[in-house]
Ligand binder design. Structure first.
Ligand SMILES: NC(=O)c1ccc[n+]([C@@H]2O[C@H](COP(=O)([O-])OP(=O)(O)OC[C@H]3O[C@@H](n4cnc5c(N)ncnc54)[C@H](O)[C@@H]3O)[C@@H](O)[C@H]2O)c1
Ligand SMILES: O=C(O)C[C@H](O)C(=O)O
Length: 393
């Protein structure tokens, strides 16, 4: 008589620790549903049946054993989605208190992530009104942060993190690149004030065209690349994940996916690294569906502009900015896409483009160099060349 074993979730925990586990399964053994669930939750891919093994398949009398191989599914460390508790900033400053800046202030205040939030906007009274409005809510929310608002850039003094959203948003029919001249003036002015008033701050640029404005901010502040970050990849990745989740009929939380490249026509969503429930996309979607999700991510911002008629998306961009601040203050971990000045990574030098990064207190810790497909690497390099051309570099 053959006596089977139960392969339980403890074996899967062991797999997680080792990154790889081979379980030899006798006829009659049972792999529990809990074990399968654990493997999925932990991102371990379960492959059953005969697999190519370095060791010979052992036999037990006449009974050949089958093997079950748990492999770690794709390789980049995906960002953690659930914010953990983390360091509170002494001061967060927001240059631009319009649609995106105002929503960032709201999210930051509700999360109590800074002792002080300074809102700055040239529109008379606008930032002061927004700050007062946020402070009025604290009687209900109990949030302990203090919001202040004004019109002068010297209010950035003492800020650890500064987010620049000041400038114009596009209207239907415009590309983000059409904003380059008008917004470069605003970013230069903001950068000069930051250089003199907050020389140790980390700056997150949001103003479009994003990659080009991040270069302008680097020039105006003279800061090292570690302290000038462009926000777009977290937004574009969220749109990509949303599109994939809708197509596959799963929750967005079941999807990991990143977009790199420019925040424009040359955006480069990376299907080869994306997973749904820890498995490659082609387990759930056919190539035409994947292509449609790529297009949806690239055109997502334009879709909002077309519907809104005046201005562009504000809520998802604010969340995507908060995601970066959360990475910096240790509330989230893992690789996160950010537009940074590259120094040879991915074969690109001297231009800002969106790549996977690790962030900490002082901004950029490192650029993570993923192994991409040939087509994905070419898309990333083409994006860099397009940004370089637009900047006349
Ligand atoms: N990177 C991204 O993913 C992303 C996402 C959304 C929006 N954006 C960009 O962010 C920018 C802001 O978008 P929005 O929806 O908040 O626009 P908005 O018009 O609602 O707000 C912009 C604010 O900037 C202020 N401003 C202009 N010049 C200023 C200056 N010199 N100093 C201080 N304040 C100044 C304006 O008074 C206005 O209140 C746009 O360029 C938009 O394209 C980027
Ligand atoms: O699309 C825009 O112009 C705004 C922003 O870049 C976005 O992607 O929502």
């Amino acid at each position: 008589m053959t006596v089977g074993r139960v392969i339980g979730s403890d074996a899967i925990e062991d797999a997680r620790r080792r990154g790889r586990l081979i379980v030899e399964v006798m006829p009659g053994d049972i792999v529990t549903a809990l074990a399968r669930d654990s493997a999925e939750r932990l991102g371990l891919k379960l492959v059953e049946g005969p697999v190519e093994m370095p060791a010979p398949v052992r036999t037990d009398g006449n009974t050949a054993m089958r093997r079950v191989l748990y492999r770690r599914a794709p390789k980049w460390q995906a960002p953690s989605r659930k914010p953990r508790t983390a360091r509170r900033l002494a001061k967060l400053a927001l240059i631009g208190a319009g649609g995106v800046g105002g929503n960032i202030a709201h999210l930051a205040a509700m999360a109590d992530m800074a002792a002080e939030i300074a809102l700055i906007d040239i529109a008379p009274g606008m930032a002061a009104a927004a700050a007062l409005d946020l402070n009025h809510a604290t009687g209900i929310t109990g949030a302990g942060c203090r919001c202040v608002g004004g019109e002068t850039l010297d209010m950035v003094a003492g800020a650890e993190v500064i987010v620049a959203t000041a400038g114009r948003a596009r209207s239907p029919g415009m590309t983000r690149a059409d904003l380059i001249d008008v917004n470069a003036r605003v970013i230069r002015q903001a950068g000069e004030a930051i250089r003199s008033e907050a020389p140790n701050a980390v700056v997150i640029v949001v103003t479009n065209p994003l990659d080009e404005m991040t270069v302008e901010m680097l020039r105006a502040t003279g800061f090292p690349r570690e302290r000038v970050l462009g926000m777009a990849g977290t937004l574009d990745s969220s749109r990509f994940r949303h599109a994939l989740a809708r197509a596959a009929g799963v929750d967005p939380a079941d999807v990991e996916a990143m977009t790199l490249g420019s925040h424009g026509e040359e955006m480069a969503p990376i299907p080869s690294r994306a997973t749904i429930k820890g498995r490659p996309l082609d387990v759930f979607l056919d190539p035409a569906q994947i292509d449609a999700c790529v297009t949806d991510a690239i055109t997502g911002g334009g879709q909002v502009v077309a519907l809104k008629k005046m201005g562009s998306a504000t809520i998802a961009p604010a969340h995507a900015t908060i995601e970066l601040i959360d990475h910096m203050r240790g509330a989230r971990t893992g690789a996160v896409p950010v537009s940074v000045m590259l120094k040879g990574e991915y074969g690109i030098d001297g231009v800002v483009v969106g790549v996977p990064t690790h962030l900490g207190d002082g901004g950029l810790i490192k650029v993570e160099e993923l192994r991409l497909t040939g087509a994905e690497t070419t898309a990333l390099q083409d994006a860099a060349e397009a940004i370089r051309t637009r900047l006349g570099l």
